[in-house]
Design a protein around this ligand. Structure first.
Ligand code: ZN
Length: 292
């Protein structure tokens, strides 16, 4: 299972995008200024993302929210590397007082919860945990061979949105690194705006690791591209069994397109992840029995 069907070249006609990992099997590949590129990459050239401009948007919205409330924003903190780095940059560069909210869906690693506790204590920030149980959501999606990620993150966002409403906070900061189209902001119902802080930075993996080293943050060995979720790697394995590729393909392509990771790293990430038996045992102990 080294390669997936997206990446295998089975016929000579197949064209490969020279920027990301798409081929004519996974996207339309066109010739643009002498280069073969996919449609997604073409649009990224035509409508470029400007981190500087996105950072401006973020500054603007945080400036306005500062006047209103004891907490200037909520940070959706998962204890993984991205949301931790986002929290750190938010405090260091924007001088705001956030409330950190963690939605514990019952399948966050112990290390990630520990990270949330240690980092908020270290930075002297208030932290709230919402205990929820996403077992049914995971059972449902994984048994059908689907990615659980989209539904899981939508539900997490809904929970955090409710807290924002309750406390009259109108900005929610997340650790996503890819923006919404060409903006780092998305307006939700009720006058609440989601800010994808890292979209304004374009940090490499090394730069992020450097920030994490300054913090009381510990990595957890979970497989896949995650530092907090116990479900991701087993879910990718189940998906592989059915489709022979990773459901992270498009997201990882986008990361290559925007220069957040190089192709070699991307190919590593797209392999079927190894999952230690202990992870399956831990999932079972928490209520999710994935046969493997
Ligand atoms: Zn491409």
């Amino acid at each position: 299972m080294e390669n997936n069907k997206f990446l295998k070249s089975s016929n000579k006609e197949e064209l490969k995008c020279e920027i990301c990992l798409n081929t004519s099997k996974t996207s339309k590949v066109i010739n643009y200024e002498g280069k073969n590129i996919c449609m997604e990459c073409y649009y990224s050239i035509k409508y470029p993302r400007d981190p500087q401009k996105m950072k401006k948007e973020i500054e603007e919205i945080l400036k306005n929210t500062k006047k209103k409330n004891r907490y200037h924003c909520i940070v959706a903190l998962s204890g993984g590397k991205d949301s931790t780095v986002a929290l750190y940059l938010l405090i260091k560069e924007f001088k705001v007082n956030p409330l950190c909210v963690t939605v514990d869906n019952k399948y966050i690693s112990d290390e990630a919860i520990e990270n949330c506790r240690n980092i908020t204590r270290y930075l002297n920030i208030d932290w709230m945990v919402l205990n929820r149980d996403f077992t049914e959501l995971f059972k449902d999606t994984i048994s059908r061979g689907e990615s659980p990620c989209r539904r899981c993150s939508e539900r997490i966002m809904r929970e955090i949105w409710k807290i924002a409403r309750m406390l009259n906070i109108d900005v929610i900061v997340t650790g996503h690194e890819l923006p919404f189209g060409t903006s780092s902001l998305k307006r939700l119902e009720g006058g609440i705006t989601v800010v994808r802080l890292l979209a304004g930075y374009k940090l490499t993996d090394e730069e992020r690791r450097k920030i994490l080293k300054e913090l009381p943050w510990k990595d957890s060995k979970l497989g896949g591209y995650t530092t907090n979720c116990l479900v991701l790697a087993p879910a990718i394995r189940e998906f592989y069994k059915k489709y022979d590729y990773s459901f992270e393909f498009r997201r990882i392509c986008a990361m290559v397109r925007y220069g957040l990771i190089d192709r070699d790293k991307a190919l590593q990430l797209l392999k079927c992840p190894e999952v230690p038996d202990e992870i399956y045992e831990e999932l079972k102990r928490r209520g999710l029995d994935i046969k493997h």
